[in-house]
Design a binder for this molecule. Structure first.
Ligand code: FAD
Ligand code: PHB
Length: 393
């Protein structure tokens, strides 16, 4: 008899780790299988803005202590265009706020909770394959240190990101894919310098979008719109800082510079795969959908999926009620599409679009929309309520 568990979770990113933690709270056993090492997953620099729902999930998982100590609560954000700043006051408009806390710190906290509880986390596994997902007895096969292993389970959660194997296990004729690759990307840096603004600055500029974000009171995170295949070698530190200073420029604003400790180029994509369930396989997070990062939603969407999945599995194991499992894909996708919409809208609003014809007209319409969003209470509220996070359902 192969070893068995109730839920086999593929991927120890935010989705997989959070699902494991929430299931443990309900007394549901899981095994997490991860391709990379602990050091790798705990140092991978990615997102940094947490919605209230994500903060709540960290607390529910028993992993929120360090986040509350170190996270920075932000009650608003700055939209900058035409060299002028306009504040969107989340607290006044929605009663809510967001928190700045690095994704890799969240991953560290969830890994620590899992290891402290003694729950299985299999790292550096290879050749993961999914079997029998259309039956009541699915199974995951993998290799570790060259040895073959087999794990029998009741359900499989595919939390293995955009390039994982889970989505590909669904027959192509049962999956509908919606996809758009943007003709630009983001050049992102981390720098050892205090953030030049207490709140995030989203800047629309004729030379392209720029974003000032942060990780802590002494670490800044900044982004520049660039080509999707931009050559990082062409960007010296001086060139990065002077381009940021131009695009973020405004009266009363000086960009502080410092040593750049990390740099990368991220392409931008909108992607949704439907449905998010096939038989006993449930997809969650980037395995099922990708948003461009302009709305700061990728991580939060992944956590929202697994909150619903954990609730559905708890109802199944606790009361024998499969209603929520049956509704999982539809419930998630309703929210996913709204978040896709918001992320695509923020992206179109703030980036420079070169493609003729109509680029000039498009540019002026963008400026009018920015003016509208920052001067109309209704429009600002729309932005704010999406940014702080839509209700789970
Ligand atoms: P992931 O974090 O991708 O986790 C999937 C896990 O599965 C990984 O640990 C991976 O190693 C593992 N895995 C993959 N294949 C296998 C396999 N075959 N077997 C076992 N394990 C496997 N979002 C924002 O909101 N703001 C940002 O600034 C931002 N920046 C980003 C920058 C980059 C470079 C990337 C790639 C994404 C960024 N995102 C950002 C998106 C956000 O980080 C993701 O939405 C989030 O990580 C999704 O979490 P997840 O758990 O679904 O997937
Ligand atoms: C980040 O801090 O990495 C970040 C913040 C806001 C975004 C995207 C990324 O919209």
């Amino acid at each position: 008899m192969p070893p068995r568990t109730q839920v086999a979770i593929i991927g120890a990113g935010p989705a997989g780790l959070m699902l494991g933690a929430l299931l443990a709270r309900h007394g549901i056993a899981s095994v997490i299988l991860e391709a990379r090492s602990r050091t790798y997953i705990e140092h991978r620099i990615r997102a940094g803005v947490l919605e209230q729902g994500t903060i709540d999930a960290m607390d529910e998982a028993g992993a929120g202590a360090r986040m509350h100590q170190q996270g920075l609560v932000h009650e608003g954000t700055i939209l900058r265009f035409g060299g002028r700043s306009h504040r969107i006051d989340f607290r006044a408009l929605t009663g809510k706020a967001v928190m700045i806390y690095s994704q890799h710190e969240l991953v560290r906290d969830l890994v620590a909770v899992r290891i402290a509880a003694g729950d299985p986390l299999e790292l550096e596994v290879e050749d993961v394959t999914l079997d029998g997902i259309e039956t009541r007895k699915p199974c995951v096969r993998f290799r570790r240190a060259g040895q073959p292993h087999e794990l029998a389970c009741d359900f499989i959660a595919g939390c293995d990101g955009f390039h994982g194997v889970s989505r590909a296990a669904i027959p192509a004729d049962r999956l509908r894919v919606f996809e758009h690759d943007y003709p630009f990307g983001w050049l992102g840096i981390l720098a050892d310098v205090a953030p030049s603004s207490p709140e995030l600055v989203y800047a629309h500029h004729d030379r392209g979008f720029a974003l000032l974000s942060m990780r802590s009171p002494s670490v800044s995170r900044l982004y520049l719109q660039c080509a999707p295949d931009e050559d990082l070698a062409a960007w010296s530190d001086d060139r990065i800082w002077s381009e940021l200073a131009i695009r973020l420029g405004a009266d009363d604003f000086t960009l502080a510079t410092g040593p750049i400790t990390q740099r990368s180029v991220t392409p931008m994509r909108s992607f949704v795969a439907e449905p998010m369930r096939h038989g006993r396989l449930f997809l969650a997070g980037d395995a099922a959908h990708i948003v461009p990062p302009t709305g700061a939603k990728g991580l939060n969407l992944a956590i929202a999926d697994v909150r619903l999945l954990a609730e559905a599995l708890a109802a199944f194991y606790g009361r024998g009620d499969a209603t929520l499992l049956d509704a999982y894909s539809e419930l998630c996708l309703r929210r996913v599409w709204k978040v896709e919409r918001f992320s695509a809208w923020m992206t179109q609003l703030l980036h420079r679009h070169d493609a003729p014809p109509g680029a000039e007209l498009g540019h002026r319409l963008q400026l009018a929309e920015l003016d509208y969003v920052t001067s109309s209470h209704a429009a600002a509220t729309t932005l704010a309520e999406n940014y702080v996070g839509l209700p789970l359902r």
